[in-house]
Design a protein around this ligand. Structure first.
Ligand code: PHE
Length: 352
């Protein structure tokens, strides 16, 4: 029996010393010291031995067990440390490496860029930039802009109203800011107002939300010629120095006279015909493209802000309103206005 104990001890000692991983070590612990191990069986059977054998066998078996336990513990420490070292090497991260793949830097949306470009042109002409609320009162959107009751633009199918407050709506144009701006500062006033506007329209050239740029100039002695000169400078800034403008009679409730403004076509140089003899597709052979509405501010409108110093007998001026999407579509050949708001990065990246 003593010999067998010595054999087990020697065999286990060698195996534990040679173990290469903590998993292997755990297997050896179960094999040599576990519940079903031979040595454990010997210890359990001591009581059944002849009395004179018990002391010697028990002593040897206990000694062997203690030795193996100590050896297992020492080996576990050694293997844990070297496994940790190996893991640290394998998991090492070089924090100085660049991210992969490198992220593209974002850029402003084409509508924002077009807005800024027009603002820059107008600031160059001495205008300042103002912004106003998109949720507007009926008074500013319609009444003070000389829309008589029953005007078709006030109808429910043309405008988004707030159901619980019938006098509150999403502004249908940036023109209400004409009134708000005049209420807060006396003449002379030269401002542009970019912003979102809302209409119940939706197709390839109309979106329920779109952007306008309003212009307002009020001073002593302004005439339609000043409007034409200002618009000429603006469209040349946007579409190129060779452009001309053309004013056609029109109607808006808050301007008198009112005009629609065309710019000479920048694709066919106003001829209506392309170099290959084909009809110009941009201006449909007209040589002119409609781009905005404008007019001289109606004296009735100034009457609504007379208390702020706008005496229609003393000051006069002009206003214009331009669709920003329309300008961007023309400038960049975008065929469908809805593409601006789909947020398809393939489209957006073309205008970086
Ligand atoms: N507010 C008008 C529109 O949205 C445009 C406009 C602005 C016309 C200023 C004249 C003067 O259609």
């Amino acid at each position: 029996m003593l010999e067998r104990i010595e054999e087990i001890r020697a065999e286990a000692n060698a195996a534990i010393g040679a173990a290469a991983s903590s998993a292997e070590l755990e297997e050896l612990r179960v094999r040599y010291l576990g519940r079903k191990a031979e040595l454990t069986g010997v210890l359990r059977g001591i009581a059944d031995l002849a009395p004179e054998e018990r002391g010697k066998v028990g002593g040897a078996a206990n000694k062997a067990r203690k030795e193996l336990e100590a050896l297992l513990e020492a080996s576990a420490e050694r293997l844990d440390a070297s496994e940790l070292d190996a893991r640290l090497v394998a998991d090492r991260v070089d924090v100085s490496l660049p991210g992969a793949p490198p992220r593209a830097v974002g850029h402003t949306h084409l509508i924002a860029r077009t807005t800024r470009q027009i603002e820059d042109i107008m600031v160059g002409l001495g205008y300042s930039v103002a912004e106003g609320p998109e949720i507007e009162h009926d008074y500013y959107n319609f009444t003070a802009l000389n829309h008589p009751p029953g005007h078709p633009a006030r109808m429910l199918q043309d405008t988004f109203y707030v159901r619980s407050h019938p006098e509150v709506l999403l502004r249908t144009h940036t023109s209400p800011m004409q009134i708000r701006a005049m209420e807060t500062q006396p003449p002379p006033i030269f401002i542009v107002i970019p912003g979102k506007v809302y209409r119940r329209d939706s197709d390839a050239t109309h979106s329920p939300m779109f952007h306008q740029m309003e212009g307002l100039a009020i001073a002593e002695g302004l005439t339609l010629a000043d409007l034409q000169g200002t618009l000429l400078a603006m469209v040349r800034g946007i579409f190129g120095g060779e452009r001309e403008v053309r004013l056609r009679p029109h109607f808006f409730p808050f301007t008198e006279p009112s005009v629609e403004v065309d710019v000479s076509c920048f694709q066919c140089e106003g001829t209506g015909t392309l170099a290959d003899g084909e009809r110009c597709n941009l201006c449909k052979g007209q040589g002119w493209i409609e781009i905005l509405g404008a007019g001289m501010v109606d004296p009735n409108v100034l009457g609504f802000v007379a208390d702020s110093g706008y005496d229609p007998e003393r000051v006069q001026g002009f206003a214009f309103g331009l669709g920003i999407e329309r300008v961007a579509m023309l400038r960049h050949g975008v065929p469908d206005l809805r593409r601006f708001f789909d947020n398809d990065v393939r489209m957006l990246e073309q205008f970086s």
